[in-house]
Design a protein around this ligand. Sequence first.
Ligand code: PLP
Length: 367
Amino acid sequence: MTRHFNFCAGPAALPTVVLERAQQEMLDYQGHGLSVMEMSHRSSEYVAIAEKAEADLRSLLAVPDNYRILFTQGGATQQFAAVPYNLLGNGGTGNYFETGIWGKKAIKEARHLFGAAHVAASSVDSGNTEIPREEAIQLSEDAAFLHITTNETIGGLAFDYTPCAVRPDGVEIPLVADMSSDILSGPLDVSRYGVIYAGAQKNIGPAGLVLVIVRDDLLDRARSDMPTLFSYRELAEAGSMINTPATYSWYLAGLVFEWLRQDIGGLEAMAAINARKAAKLYATIDASKLFSNPVAERNRSRMNVPFVLADDRLDADFLREADEAGLLNLKGHRSVGGMRASLYNAVPEEAVDALVTFMNDFEQRRG
Ligand SMILES: *Cc1c(COP(=O)(O)O)cnc(C)c1O
């Protein structure tokens, strides 16, 4: 058996030791005589798994006590609707950073459901290569929240600061962040946010699970006309078990949290590894005449590194040879073309070393 290096943007690589542990526990979970997939979500065995996962996540991110953690479903995409449903109960308009494809989709959904969404800052003029600075934010007078995408997974564009969300009348509004592709990549000050959400399949676990971290005073701002399953309050009160949760994805996420705590040594240590990985790849790109990345240095993502070849006729050969070298899923998103290497937590430093060696060799032969 060979596990290749997987640079997929999502569903993405999982730590091999986590998969091995899941394999060991697959048929007979800790002597209970059945697999986690086959357990009732109400059983004491499963509730223990769920609670341990939450406790480990709380400790990893140092989540303050006045925040609830929800383990829900529907992808990050469902949160594009759930956020305004949960936060526009007292009226007002959602305010958004437009920084790339995911930010745009969140705006589109808010407009579709509620007729309005205000773009408070946009990186469109820079071709989504630079995040607008904090001074450029223009909140609407009726802003109810400010939504950002901390890491645009397709453009490889990441925030280098946490915006302050204060309306022209001086009222501070909750900051909402889609952290689908960079949560757990390093330490985070949760207290700066009202709502954080993230689909699992990038940096948390398998697809099918979405994490929401919400400050408890915001549970009172929901519209009454929303589907029950969207409701942060209902989810919080039911321990994320209004209905059957994504039990196996939740269990596997728990194993990933344990891996981050025990094997990696926490998020400071993870951040240092991620910084080294990204630095190696950007250094290779910047030293090359064949490869380039357009993103402003301060906003370069450590998780998703898009790059293009100077001659796109070489793209197909690059991808084929990379595949043959055991470097998988380097094709860029269909909307932008080129290449993209996703360097999530579970992508080991050796994968980046192998990629860099391959890129240098390819340039020498074909550049
Ligand atoms: C992948 C991704 C999404 C969409 O996630 P789904 O789970 O497929 O709905 C949204 N936002 C960001 C930043 C992403 O990376």
